[in-house]
Write a protein that binds this ligand. Structure first.
Ligand code: F6P
Length: 193
């Protein structure tokens, strides 16, 4: 069985500032992670071909940049669309749009941002990607984002979908999932601070 590696992009300029969404570049720490990730995959995959999948956003494509393999960019892997809240901090949302803040806190799984998406929406758009993922005959490295990886991870390790919005998917950490007969074996590797 081939491993599936899941990782968020390296730290972005928006991450540094605590801003949601957007399409910012990697920070200096994010660049560092991209280099470490490339070395890690090279060592772990050996001679095997690795399919590298990113979202269409700059921060995931930049995270793949040090790698020698070509990557495929999937819109299905783009981060949850926070709609009118894109580019804001959680604190700004709490102060300026308390109804949005409270409604999301009350039902984070189903809550859809005005002009944006819910976790449920994200799960739906992942369907075609999951079908492709299960067809691959070589390891896949998925470079995604926090919300979209929560949804994908929950599916792969068979957790109930509604529990996914709070699963920990930290930055600068590779989650290695190896399918076995009954479940998925999981290991986590933190490659940068
Ligand atoms: O802050 C990084 C980020 O990827 C945002 O772009 C996104 O809105 C958020 O995380 C998703 O996490 P949560 O659903 O916990 O707000």
């Amino acid at each position: 069985p081939h491993p599936i590696w899941l990782t968020r992009h390296g730290e972005s300029v928006f991450n540094e500032k605590g801003l949601l969404g957007g399409d910012s570049d990697l920070s200096a720490r994010g660049d560092e992670y991209a280099k470490n990730l490339s070395a890690f995959i090279r060592e772990r995959a050996g001679d095997e071909h690795v399919n590298v999948w990113t979202s269409t956003l700059r921060r995931t494509i930049q995270t793949a940049r040090p790698m020698t393999q070509n990557h495929v960019a999937w819109r299905a892997l783009d981060e949850i669309d926070a709609g009118v809240c894109e580019g804001m901090t959680y604190e700004e949302i709490r102060q300026q749009m308390p109804e949005v803040f409270n409604a999301r806190a009350a039902d984070k799984f189903r809550y859809r941002y005005p002009r944006g998406e819910s976790y449920e929406d994200v799960i739906q758009r992942l369907d075609p990607l999951i079908i492709q993922l299960e067809r691959q005959r070589s390891p896949v490295l998925v470079i995604g984002h926090q919300a979209v990886l929560r949804a994908l991870y929950a599916y792969l390790v068979d957790r109930p979908a509604p529990s996914c919005p709070t699963l920990p998917i930290p930055l600068h950490t590779v989650i290695e999932l190896t399918p076995t007969a009954y479940a998925c074996e999981e290991r986590r590797f933190q490659l940068a601070p």
